[in-house]
Design a binder for this molecule. Sequence first.
Ligand SMILES: C[S@@+](CC[C@H](N)C(=O)[O-])C[C@H]1O[C@@H](n2cnc3c(N)ncnc32)[C@H](O)[C@@H]1O
Length: 246
Amino acid sequence: MEIVSKSDQDAVSVKSYNEYSNHNMRRPVVKPEIVSFMREEQAVLPGFLGELEAFAHEENVPIIPHETVVYFQFLLAALQPKHILEVGTAIGFSALLMAQTVPDAKVTTIERNPEMAELARQNFQKYDQENQIDLLEGDANDVLATLTGAYDFAFMDSAKSKYIVFLPHILKQLSVGGVVIIDDVFQGGDVAKPIEEVKRNQRGIYRGLHKLFAATLKNPGLTATLVPLGDGILMIRKDAEYVELS
Ligand SMILES: C[S@@+](CC[C@H](N)C(=O)[O-])C[C@H]1O[C@@H](n2cnc3c(N)ncnc32)[C@H](O)[C@@H]1O
């Protein structure tokens, strides 16, 4: 894979995000010194992935944090999925990470923001040399219903209030034994508070996340676990062909 020069990435600036976007990504739910330790002591990303990661940080594009990057590399190397589905591409960083980690896998990724989709397309043209990645531009609300593939790994990293809406579609497309990872489920710690203590404009997300927890954490058709990485991830394994979500 080609290595992009730093100046290529610097020439692009992102309009969709600024330093005030995605404030929960700046409210880590574990001790700040542990977060820094995980980010600084674990292996850095070489080559174009490291450059895309730096570019996203400079331009405030919300990509998975470095501790989740390292966890994904471990998990995907162990699971070796063949068909990966992602909701929320942004600039294509996590899609390229997954494709590079599992060279035999195909990645289908969905993005609705035209600016992000265009940057992702450019990055896939440059770095997805084996044509592993298929970008579907549109709202996952519409796109998920059109998919027919059987996936064995799915990553949801989009609007948090919609996770519970998208999950039934994803589970339908997932083979038994398949794994879903859902990012940013702790809302900077707000999910553990009574709703009255959560800002009014964050309560829709809070309700959506609580519906997601109620539907999954104790569901007999799933194995589910919450992991305090970044702003929290929910990991789900589909254990039965038909899973009823309450
Ligand atoms: C956190 S970013 C994704 C970051 C990416 N997964 C990474 O780590 O490199 C979330 C992206 O999801 C997109 N998104 C949010 N809701 C969506 C929806 N309903 N359908 C498609 N994309 C959506 C946003 O436009 C944004 O680019």
